[in-house]
Design a binder for this molecule. Sequence first.
Ligand code: AHG
Ligand code: MN
Ligand code: MN
Length: 313
Amino acid sequence: MGEGIADYTKFTVDLRRHMWMAGVEKDLRRLIWQIATTGKYISAKIHESNRKMVGVKNIYGDDQLALDKISDQILQNKLANSGFVLEYASEEQDSVIKVGKGDEKYFITADPLDGSSLVDTNLAIGTIIGIHRESIFSTGRHSMVAAMYITYGPLITMIYSAGKGSHEFVLDREGEYVLSEEDIKLKDKGSIYSLGGLRRDWTEGHLKYVQYLDAEGYKLRYSGGFVPDINQILLKRGGIFTYPGLKDSPKGKLRLLFELQPMAFICEQAGGLATDGVHDILSLQVEKLDQRCPVYIGSRFEVEKAKEYLSGN
Ligand code: AHG
Ligand code: MN
Ligand code: MN
């Protein structure tokens, strides 16, 4: 990796050069770059602001926006033609799609458009990708080799990790992703918290945990978009995002495969942690596509503290 890329080279090292300097394996570099470029096409669709519903729901019962489906198709087409992807699993589809010819070596999970219900409010939304070297029905710790997400906000930014740190790029005017933050590292303890789920549905243990953070003076930062909410914790170098198990839905809301594994991979590479309250997110066995689980993700101190409160001691 470009040890100590001095500040003056910031914004001049592009994504492909950075991955080469970081020693990322060639096919994986090309795959990450191809996925990153889909961000330009998805962003173009967002700007066409076709916020119309397609009148159907995905397997989670979420209303599907035309944008969800279009983003999914853009990604699936790109990956099917990449030459690197054997199987594609998407939050917007109810089964794993075989997109390769048979000898490709990567398995992709995608939340093509996360936070799409926010698009009419002009808040930031995103695309979340997990890159696996074998079947996704494993644990993230075992099958994942990389993860990335794209944030469609005032800037289009992309954070990736291929297991050698987590790095941020900005899409510049020429349509090139240029390095903006290299090897992001979270502080042990942050000062913001991002709290999902209705307060009246929180369990006793979770409520006591939040009250502890309240007493510590944490500032609330919650947009309702998982991607910008996590991105804020990474760029502010600390804090905690949680979407807990709730009284009537103990598994919470967020999807293990499509949302939590990629963010846990990136967060761990940034020196953070991610747990369901007991186990590391990346140690959880994936049994089915629509598996949800509670999540506490961010700085080590806050995540360890959550485990204490949730284990009742
Ligand atoms: P998606 O748009 O892919 O369905 O994801 C929405 C998720 C996630 O982005 C966010 O953290 C969570 O929904 C917010 O849920 P609430 O609206 O219950 O706060
Ligand atoms: Mn999502
Ligand atoms: Mn989504």
